[in-house]
Design a protein around this ligand. Structure first.
Ligand SMILES: *Cc1c(COP(=O)(O)O)cnc(C)c1O
Length: 389
């Protein structure tokens, strides 16, 4: 029996030009964004704003910080309800709960996107929706934005899994008032930790620059709004330090320049896996809507009989193929289900529970080539035949 030998968590190296840029920053000693002139962070902000066609970008310490900063800038505070996905990862409800606010969880569909019927049913309960494009699946954004507008809900997008993706030609992160991205190692750009926030709203941008900590040097943000805008906020916005530093920006800029190529590489691997999984017994692939331009950095399958998933997962693991199972009773690795979030009020989410019970998730590292994907697919088909047929 063939066995797959490569690790599922191995990253590509940081490109040599990014390493050279990082070494130059270290030689300068100027690692703080407001001590460097010119600043790598400011340049990254301008470049990311241009890449997403946003008026403003704020570079911060993590994706989780980006979401917390966005919610704070919108005035979310203790006790406030915030709508969010029942199917997402812990940083999302965590960003809400860390403000003392209360996540109101919205069901997920079989297509792994926010259930707009459930959103409509719960819309009157909150003024803000923190929408997570979980595992890169994008809801019908025209319909979602129209619903939010009709209900007076402000939309914040968590684009940790959709950097480089789009819906109907508009970049993910640019449908809501604020878009939040992560540059943590397992996302689409790798600076270890890091976050990027985009918005067209000058007041929100100014607040987020001030909040992340600017020591009155806020005009050096790469996409700074005019002084008149800062003047409205600078005396009353608390400092919650969470800036990005020069070193991270130095290694991100060359990666951002290559993002479109990396997206193509992810998608060729995704398509190879998807084609190989398609006729595996007992498993179904997730259909991708026409309007969605996705980034296939992970792939999901639905098992028709959740009770048989543990045997299948163990059979694959014995042959070197790692699945995460969102139906597992305990949270482990990168999986988590809403019932594991002990800091969130327990909520009845029967449709989400039914989807998660059979949901399998695989990372697609760029260190795998197309032959690796074909081999993984062979092993998965054989183990599915053995355990799920
Ligand atoms: C990784 C992740 C984030 C951001 O996480 P950080 O590690 O704080 O950068 C946000 N949402 C989802 C769904 C994620 O997986």
């Amino acid at each position: 029996m063939e066995r797959f030998e490569k690790p599922f968590t191995r990253q590509e190296p940081i490109p040599e030009d990014a390493i050279a840029a990082a070494v130059a920053v270290m030689r300068s000693g100027a690692l703080h964004r407001y001590g460097a002139d010119p600043s790598e962070v400011a340049a990254l902000e301008a470049e990311f704003a241009a890449a997403t066609d946003a008026a403003h970008c704020v570079a911060v310490a993590s994706g989780g910080y980006a979401m917390g900063c966005a919610l704070r800038a919108l005035g979310v505070g203790p006790g406030d309800p915030v709508l969010t996905n029942a199917f997402t990862l812990a940083p999302v409800p965590g960003a809400i709960a860390a403000l003392g606010a209360r996540p109101v969880l919205v069901e997920v569909t079989e297509g792994l996107v926010l259930d707009l019927d459930d959103l409509a049913a719960k819309a009157d309960r909150a003024k803000v929706l923190l929408l997570s494009h979980m595992r890169g699946h994008i809801a019908d954004m025209e319909a979602l934005v129209a619903l939010c507008a009709a209900k007076g809900i402000t939309l914040v997008e968590d684009c940790a899994h959709t950097m480089g993706a789009a819906w109907a030609g508009r970049p993910s992160g640019r449908w809501g008032r604020i878009g939040c991205f992560s540059t943590q190692t397992y996302k689409h750009l790798n600076s270890g930790e890091g976050g990027l926030i985009v918005t067209d709203d000058a007041d929100l941008a100014a607040k987020m620059v001030l909040m992340s900590g600017s020591y009155m040097l806020y005009a050096r943000n790469g996409t700074a709004p005019p002084e008149t805008v800062f003047a409205r906020h600078k005396a009353v916005t608390p400092n919650v330090s969470g800036r990005m530093d020069e070193l991270r920006a130095a290694i991100l800029r060359p990666q951002l320049a290559r993002l479109a190529d990396q997206v193509e590489r992810w998608n060729s691997r995704y398509r190879a896996l998807e084609a190989g999984f398609r006729d595996a017994p007992g498993l179904a692939t997730i259909p991708r809507p026409q309007a969605e331009a996705y980034v296939g950095s992970s792939i999901q399958l639905r098992a028709r009989d959740p009770g048989r998933v543990p045997g299948f997962v163990a059979g694959c693991a014995d042959r070197g193929v790692d699945w995460k199972w969102f139906g597992a009773p305990q949270a482990h690795g990168f999986t988590s289900a809403h019932r594991h979030w002990g800091y969130v009020d327990p909520q009845a989410l029967p449709r989400t529970d039914a989807v998660l019970a059979g949901l399998l998730d695989m990372r697609v590292p760029l260190t795998f080539d197309l032959d690796d994907c074909a081999q993984i697919a062979r092993i998965v088909r054989e183990e599915a035949a053995a355990h799920l047929a």
